[in-house]
Design a protein around this ligand. Structure first.
Ligand code: ZN
Length: 245
């Protein structure tokens, strides 16, 4: 089985459509399963349109913290002021059917040989960030598949663990799994990348060849920014898109 995995769309329909156009192109060469790791909404100007596309295409999706926040399922007092403003705006535009859909999304999923969560393999409902190798070490103990795919930090990364439990970051965008080694892979963000590259990020994983690759695709950032400006969404959120920060 081959998977096309992406995360953190954040109401950015231009970025989502660019990624799904890439999915359609890649699908021409064989069956590809699309998977979304959550945060369909929050920050961006088109939360309803993004939900509609995911629903219409019947793409499996997990719930992210912003999806929960937008339907009042979690406390947003710890969100930064920009995220909070964007969540409140998102909440104000969602219709009942959107809320019902977001409500139905699971928080973790095992799909054949892969494990999927939005935040961390350990206690995914706490929405912690997996940023250090120390965090990774502990998180490898919370799943029993060879690989877990995560989103949440908006920074694509491959973390590798040897049998000896030593962990490190694989520095290239392509990787072939070794027997006995284990992996935590952050697929980056579709709608608000934060690794210095503003292009939408996604991953393709081939379960048979065990090859995984992080890919980037440009989208119409200027149009997304214009929509955000027209809606008076926070300037900080508008500017960060072009910097990928
Ligand atoms: Zn996110």
């Amino acid at each position: 089985m081959k998977y096309f995995i992406f995360s953190d769309i954040h109401g950015n329909i231009e970025a989502l459509n660019a990624v799904l156009a890439e999915f359609d192109r890649e699908s021409e060469t064989g069956e590809l399963i699309p998977v979304c790791l959550g945060d369909i909404v929050g920050y961006g100007p088109n939360p309803r349109e993004c939900i509609e596309v995911i629903r219409h295409r019947r793409i499996f999706s997990l719930a992210g913290n912003h999806d929960y926040a937008a339907i009042g399922k979690m406390d947003i007092s710890f969100f930064n002021p920009y995220a909070k403003d964007a969540v409140l705006w998102t909440k104000s535009v969602l219709e009942d059917e959107d809320v019902e859909f977001l409500e139905s999304l699971p928080i973790r999923k095992k799909m054949n040989t892969i494990n999927l969560v939005h935040a961390t393999p350990c206690n995914p409902e706490q929405w912690n960030y997996l940023v250090t190798l120390y965090d990774a070490q502990h998180n490898f103990e919370c799943f029993n598949t060879q690989v877990t795919f995560v989103g949440h930090s908006h920074q694509p990364i491959f973390i590798v663990q040897k049998q000896s439990k030593d962990c490190w970051v694989h520095p290239h965008p392509i990787l072939c799994f070794r027997n006995g080694w284990r992996y935590i892979i952050n697929v980056g963000s579709v709608g608000q990348p934060r690794d210095g590259n503003p292009e939408a990020s996604f991953v393709i994983y081939d379960e048979e060849s065990k090859i995984v690759e992080i890919k980037r695709i440009p989208y119409d950032i200027v149009l997304t920014q214009k929509k955000m400006r027209d809606l008076s969404l926070p300037t900080y959120l508008i500017n960060r898109l072009e910097m990928g920060r």
